[in-house]
Design a protein around this ligand. Structure first.
Ligand code: TXA
Ligand code: MG
Length: 357
């Protein structure tokens, strides 16, 4: 565990960030400190991307293994050349559509980006976030900012400043509180150094949207189990245990009615065993469970995937706060934003997706 520091939580207007507050946070970054800040996806835990010792603090604050590389955040398109080299034309084509926004591009790494930022790889992940606070902070700092999601390793990502504080109090110098984030799941990570561009992590930009610009882009590959020590995943962040609340998570997939029946049976069994049961439910699913003495965390309407994505991590954390032993959820179809939601549920469940006949 690293040295403890005093964490300052400072409120900031998400649309019109106060320049003095930004300046204070930027100076903390320049001094080699850690600043947590909102992006349009989730909160990030930021440090100067060109300062190896500051970057080292990120890994210890998160308890993150040092083989998991970080994303370098930039505030202008031109800044891409400060962190990457041999940038393919496709990067600029995608940037024209999706930047600023929730898309991260893996590119050949510029030598001035320290090894630790990229966990020793010769590539670097680059993102130009859209959030006014993130953009103002990177601009004021005058350097690219590396930032993983601002949660402790394997925990659900933080979508509010309170989540950041709960995980990282005493481990980060400043938290800029710009309110809840809009997208709620992390950026899509796209590897442009692979022979054919491939999505390493589904996220805020859908595969379908990416393919309208570059039709050859490949869908994310199968996950790699955490206990497979030999495996070297293309993206080490894609471990199967990830986004986990303290409670056990069980995800059910299959025909709608059959899934409802199985979820009810499982809830009843667990309650009979003396467990406290939490359910993550869409509005459409709620009536089918209304008679059960369970803790329900509503996700909103099933068709409103943007809203569900926004609520997902907060919902997992809210059920933890209610001290449930187990969380049951229905799997989402892996299409559009559903792909990122299904991926996060799968990882929250550490791969325990129950296929219902
Ligand atoms: O939305 C987001 O991307 C947020 C906000 C703060 O920008 N950041 C975020 O960072 O989610 P993090 O560190 O939690 O996830 C970064 C992901 C991991 O899966 C990591 O393995 C992958 O990007 N990644 C980073 N650099 C990479 C590289 N050079 N090659 C392949 N994958 C990389
Ligand atoms: Mg993360």
């Amino acid at each position: 565990m690293g040295n403890l520091t005093y964490t300052r939580l400072i409120a900031i207007d998400a649309e019109h960030p106060d320049p003095e507050t930004i300046q204070l946070a930027a100076e903390q970054v320049q001094k080699g400190g850690l600043v947590a800040f909102p992006t349009e996806t989730v909160y990030g835990l930021g440090a100067n991307a060109l300062d190896a010792s500051a970057i080292g603090k990120i890994y210890s604050a998160k308890g993150r293994p040092s083989n998991n590389p970080l994303i370098a955040h930039i505030a202008t398109l031109e800044q891409i050349e400060q962190v990457a080299v041999d940038i393919p034309e496709t990067a600029y084509q995608l940037a024209a559509y999706f930047w600023p926004g929730p898309l991260t591009l893996v590119l050949p790494r510029h030598e001035r980006v320290p090894d630790v930022a990229s966990a020793g790889r010769d590539t670097v992940a680059v993102r130009f976030p859209a959030h006014p606070v993130a953009r103002a902070l990177i601009k004021a700092a005058g350097v690219p900012i590396v930032a993983p999601s601002a949660n402790r390793f394997t925990r659900p990502s933080a979508t509010t400043a309170q989540h950041v504080l709960a995980d990282l109090n005493g481990r980060v110098d400043i938290i800029l509180d710009g309110g809840p984030t809009h997208i709620g799941v992390e950026s899509t990570v796209l590897d442009l150094t692979a022979p054919t561009p491939i999505v390493l992590r589904p996220g805020g930009v859908t595969l379908e949207a990416l393919q309208t610009v570059l039709p050859e882009i490949l869908a994310p590959a199968q996950h790699v189990p955490m206990d497979d020590a030999e495996a070297r995943p293309a993206s080490p962040g894609m471990l199967i245990k990830h986004y986990s609340p303290n409670a056990e998570v069980l995800v059910f997939d299959g025909e709608a009615e059959a899934v409802t029946r199985r979820m009810r049976e499982t809830a009843s069994q667990r309650m009979a065993d003396g467990q406290r049961v939490g359910l993550l439910l869409t509005d459409e699913d709620r009536p089918a469970f209304a008679d059960l003495p369970v803790v329900v965390q509503p996700l909103g309407a099933a068709h409103d995937l943007a809203h569900i994505a926004q609520q997902l991590f907060a919902g997992l954390r809210a059920l933890d706060a209610q001290q449930v032993d187990v969380i049951l959820a229905r799997q989402f179809p892996a299409e559009g934003m559903g792909r990122a939601i299904a991926d996060r549920l799968l990882r929250a469940a550490e791969g325990r997706v129950i296929e219902v006949e």
